[in-house]
Design a protein around this ligand. Structure first.
Ligand SMILES: Cc1cc2nc3c(=O)[nH]c(=O)nc-3n(C[C@H](O)[C@H](O)[C@H](O)COP(=O)(O)OP(=O)(O)OC[C@H]3O[C@@H](n4cnc5c(N)ncnc54)[C@H](O)[C@@H]3O)c2cc1C
Ligand code: FES
Length: 254
């Protein structure tokens, strides 16, 4: 069930100048969460930011009642959120969207930039099923692949950076591990990256799920501002997604 809750920031971490992370503690028992679902965070005391901001659930611990978010500072809303400190309250609507399928016995998870956020929960969900996914994280530079130590111990971990500062130099689709054999691919990140990953997956007949990051307002399927065209008609990314079978998205076919 969706809830609106005042969480408390119990830990705040800074990852270079562009990213920060929160551990949020709920005052009540957490609703069940699926990897790939997201929250809508209210930006308080910021006159020119009316709408909540959609942010993926990076990690969660139902027993501890905590949820982690990983946030890239890109504009006025995220800049304001970055000023909040441990002990501050954050109003959040959660859990939103459908989440990833935890599918396959030999999956590849590909993340780029802030798109690595939902992949930690997914890696843990696989591990809980006894499956060890390969994780490939990319960014322009080492600084733009935040919080990567969280993935250590959960998976086979590989990096691709455009300047070669971490892992192999180049795009994720050029990385050695990308071309290996998998039975499922899940990806989240910049649209051109996801399109390239999905194209290769289609060519290799590997099922591929993509997590779209369309502009959003209500986050619950009411305003239709996040619609994407699919084989099955117009779909709200916030309610029907954000995770879709890449072969169904019309803009991924061109
Ligand atoms: C389902 C989903 C999950 C996301 N998960 C994460 C995450 O885990 N971590 C993270 O750092 N970012 C995530 N994003 C992107 C994040 O929502 C935007 O970066 C954020 O809303 C920007 O707000 P702003 O006020 O700082 O930027 P603005 O000043 O409003 O705009 C700066 C740029 O951010 C983008 N943007 C602005 N508003 C939205 C919006 N409502 N939806 C999508 N993009 C927007 C625009 O392209 C714009 O160019 C996610 C987006 C979606 C849809
Ligand atoms: S954000 Fe309003 S319908 Fe998706």
């Amino acid at each position: 069930m969706k809830k609106i809750v005042d969480f408390t920031i119990v830990a705040r971490r800074q990852f270079g100048e562009h990213y920060f992370g929160w551990t949020l503690k709920s005052p009540e028992t957490l609703e069940p969460i699926k990897a790939g679902q997201f929250v809508e965070v209210e930006v308080r005391d910021c006159n020119d930011v009316m709408l909540r901001r959609p942010i993926s659930i990076h990690d969660f611990d139902l027993q501890a009642g905590t949820m982690d978010l990983l946030i890239q500072i890109v504009g006025k809303g995220t800049r304001k959120l970055a000023t909040l400190k441990e002990g501050d309250k954050v109003n959040v609507i959660y859990p939103l969207g459908n989440g990833f399928a935890v599918s396959g016995k030999n999956p590849l998870l590909v993340g780029g930039g802030a798109g690595i956020a939902p992949l930690l929960g997914l890696a843990k969900a696989y591990k809980a099923q006894g499956v060890n996914p390969t994780i490939l994280l990319g960014g322009r530079t080492e600084q733009l692949i935040p919080a990567r130590e969280a993935f250590v111990g959960y998976s086979t971990l590989a990096f691709a950076t455009e300047d070669g500062s971490l892992g192999e130099k180049g795009l994720v689709t050029q990385h050695t591990v990308f071309g290996q054999t998998y039975d499922h691919i899940a990806t989240c990140g910049p649209t051109p990256m996801m399109k390239a990953v999905a194209k290769s997956a289609h060519e290799r007949n590997i099922p591929c799920e993509v997590s779209l990051e369309n502009m959003m307002a209500c986050g619950v399927g009411a305003c239709l501002c996040c619609v994407t065209d699919t084989d099955d008609g117009h779909k709200c990314v916030c309610k029907d997604g954000p995770v879709f079978n890449s072969e169904k998205i019309l803009s991924f076919k061109s």
